[in-house]
Ligand binder design. Structure first.
Ligand SMILES: Cc1ncc(COP(=O)(O)O)c(C=O)c1O
Length: 480
């Protein structure tokens, strides 16, 4: 009979696992000493790996040596305190420990029966979080008595897709040419999802925005009327709370009114900005939330929960289930048949699912809601300081209102000079920020985004970045 392979023993795991935790702690302590962007060219990392896997198992010391030789030099250091690019992707030790435990327990929570704890902890933790950010009862499992509720997706893109598919199914099979509406400033995932869902790019209307880059409800109403008149079916609206370029906030109340008139599904994408709702002073952003069908944000961006954790709530869980539930014989079980449990596989695309709620539970319990508020307020205050720095230097200008911890600014110079400024800064390895293009007084311009929100980002990091920005800008402007 064939023998099993040689497994790592619990004692070996204990010893090596302790050393791995030590490695992670040391990484956090020393990440500031690394260049944020690595000095690798495309293909370098892959070229340092053999083309074929080992036939015989290797010593752990050899595996770890390759982490130092191959992996570490090829990392972009998202946890560096002067990482200001894109949006943050927070890591925290409570979340790391939650993820470690989830992996160690190796649960597969596809249906309630395959892991009651994986399912029910998730339901309760999402009720906690939903209430903590001010969502209405209709979106919570407990308070809605089972008509609404929350679920964890991997990403905001997947959450939007699930909502889009449910909205389309809710229209009924016969509805001709479903149309999706979102603003010109919405994340590209909306168009991507329309393609995936078979609606296609031609079924997406990008609605005009006002001068603060917020969707115009009147333009939405007009677009829907045009489509209806042409025999198409308005189906799904995505409003964004915190757009990717400038963190602009679409007016949910106005958009909700238009959506209700046409009976379309309104989804709110608050991928980045949703974390700030933990602070009551930022809840103005979701005025009108009572009208939405679904809401999503990413604790893996700015709420101290390691990727991946994208939290989604809906008032109409039946719409998701109707659209996505198919029960083959091999998944039948008495708990599902009783109708008294949640099978989260019916709420999204994947069947299998990890115990992601553990890390979110750990984060919420370790920091408490008040600790999470401190995290957000700390960064918003730093962004206010940075905005004042920009306004205080006449060589620079603000190009969009600052929202939360995102500051969009540019040098008073052409696009090429601004791109050069960004590239000079990023090449230094000491600071990392990214750009976007937005209309500034009617003309598309290149704009730098200072996205403050790293777990370790503090006043010293912002001061150092600003000093570097000023020095680099001075040198560029001198050559012009
Ligand atoms: C507003 C918005 N929506 C969606 C996304 C996509 O997020 P994810 O990577 O979780 O799909 C982003 C990413 O930054 C975003 O800013």
């Amino acid at each position: 009979m064939a023998e099993p392979p040689v497994h790592m023993t619990p004692d070996e795991f204990r010893r090596l696992g302790h050393a791995m935790v030590e490695r992670i702690a040391q990484y956090a302590e020393s990440v500031e000493d690394s260049s944020i962007l690595p000095a690798v060219r495309p293909g370098d990392v892959a070229a340092s790996m053999p083309r074929t896997p080992p036939e015989q198992g290797e010593a752990w010391s050899e595996i770890l040596a390759d982490i130092d030789r191959i992996v570490m030099p090829g990392l972009t250091h998202w946890q560096h305190p002067r990482f200001f690019a894109y949006f943050p992707a927070n890591g925290s030790f409570p979340a790391v420990l939650g993820d470690l435990l989830a992996t160690g327990l190796a649960q597969q929570g596809m249906i309630w029966q395959t892991s009651p704890a994986c399912t029910e902890v998730e339901t309760r933790v999402l009720d906690w979080l939903g209430a903590a950010i001010g969502l209405p009862d209709a979106l919570l499992s407990d308070a809605s008595e089972g008509s609404g509720g929350g679920v964890i997706h991997g990403t905001a893109s997947e959450a939007t897709l699930a909502a889009m598919v449910a909205a389309r199914f809710r229209l009924g099979e016969g509805a001709p040419e479903p149309v999706v509406y979102t603003s010109t400033q919405a994340h590209s995932s909306v168009v991507k999802n329309a393609r995936i869902a078979g609606i296609g790019r031609e079924g997406v209307r990008l609605i005009d925005v006002d001068n603060e880059l917020r969707m115009k409800p009147d333009a939405l109403r007009r677009a829907m009327a045009e489509d209806t008149a042409a025999g198409r079916t308005p189906c799904f609206v995505v409003a964004t709370v915190g757009t990717t370029s400038t963190a602009a906030v679409d007016p949910i109340a106005g958009i909700g009114e238009v959506s209700r008139e046409s009976g379309v599904w309104l989804h709110v994408d608050a991928a980045y900005a949703g974390a700030a709702l933990i602070c009551p002073e930022h809840r103005w952003m979701i005025e009108g939330i009572e009208a939405v069908d679904s809401f999503n944000f990413n604790p893996h961006k700015w709420l101290l929960t390691n990727f991946d954790c994208s939290t989604f709530w809906t008032r109409d869980r039946a719409a998701l289930i109707n659209a996505m539930s198919i029960t083959p014989e091999y998944l039948r079980n008495s708990a599902t048949d009783s109708g008294s449990v949640i099978d989260y596989r019916d709420w999204h695309v994947p069947l299998g699912r990890r115990f992601r709620a553990l890390k979110l539970w750990f984060v919420m319990r370790h920091y408490g809601i008040e600790g999470l508020r401190q995290h957000i307020r700390h960064h918003v205050a730093l962004a206010e300081v940075f905005e004042q720095m920009v306004r205080g230097d006449e060589r620079f200008e603000m190009v969009a209102p600052r929202h939360l911890s995102l500051v969009c600014f540019r040098m008073r110079a052409d696009d090429r000079a601004n791109t050069r400024l960004m590239e000079t800064l990023n090449a230094s390895g000491q600071v990392y920020l990214t750009h976007t293009r937005i209309p500034v007084l009617g003309e598309e311009k290149t704009v730098l985004r200072m996205a403050i929100g790293g777990t370790q980002t503090d006043r010293a990091a912002v001061d150092a970045a600003w000093q570097q920005i000023q020095t680099a800008a001075g040198a560029i402007l001198e050559t012009m």
